[in-house]
Ligand binder design. Sequence first.
Ligand code: 13P
Length: 248
Amino acid sequence: MRRKIIAGNWKMNGDADLVRRIAEHAADAISGAELVVCPPYTLLPTAASHLPTGVGLGAQDVSEYPAGAYTGEVSAAMLLEAGCRYVIVGHSERRTLYGEDNARVAAKYAAARGAGLTPILCVGETLAERDAQRTESVVGEQIDAVLEAVGATAFSDAVIAYEPVWAIGTGRTAAPEQAQQVHAFIRARVAERDPEGAAVLPILYGGSVKPENAAELFAQEDIDGGLIGGASLDSEGFLAIHRAAVGG
Ligand code: 13P
């Protein structure tokens, strides 16, 4: 059985109060599906000390370099020292707002893995790409870049999040069957190089997941949980999404 994961990507939101609220609720939610919280860098130490040990801590980005004159950057080793087990790599906001291309994302992925972090690789197409029937070629290239940089077993002990760009923060969720189709494609693409790793690879869906639509998404064969943006900032809603994953 594949493990299920519900991860919250706070983006540039949240404060120490939110960490405490999530920590209070999270104590009841550490079985059935793994709960992961990815707050901004500055909240990582607070989160590491307040969250129950069963809750995974993740960062939202990582430098591709190990150390040096890279003002504003944070290395994988630093994240590990701050208590992180996970790191989001290649989020569409990093790709579009900060110009991260597939090669840079793959380098960051390699740095994270090299340091012993579990990367959560985000992939997904824009609306224009979907309309042009390019979803599989775009997502396939995003995955292949990592396979080329890291090797055939790049996705053993890793997580992929399929986040269609048109569904992020828009209130427009992919239909469960639409998401399932891409998740199955992703698993098959990884399986071409690493069948065993692909079979146990958690593939999360992200994009306007809410307590109201979570269960039908998580009921799909290849959807192993969610990467939650806006709804992860409400502790009760976030935990309701976790319950949907446990039941689904
Ligand atoms: P929303 O859940 O706010 O649409 O964000 C999804 C996301 O980008 C998670 O990484």
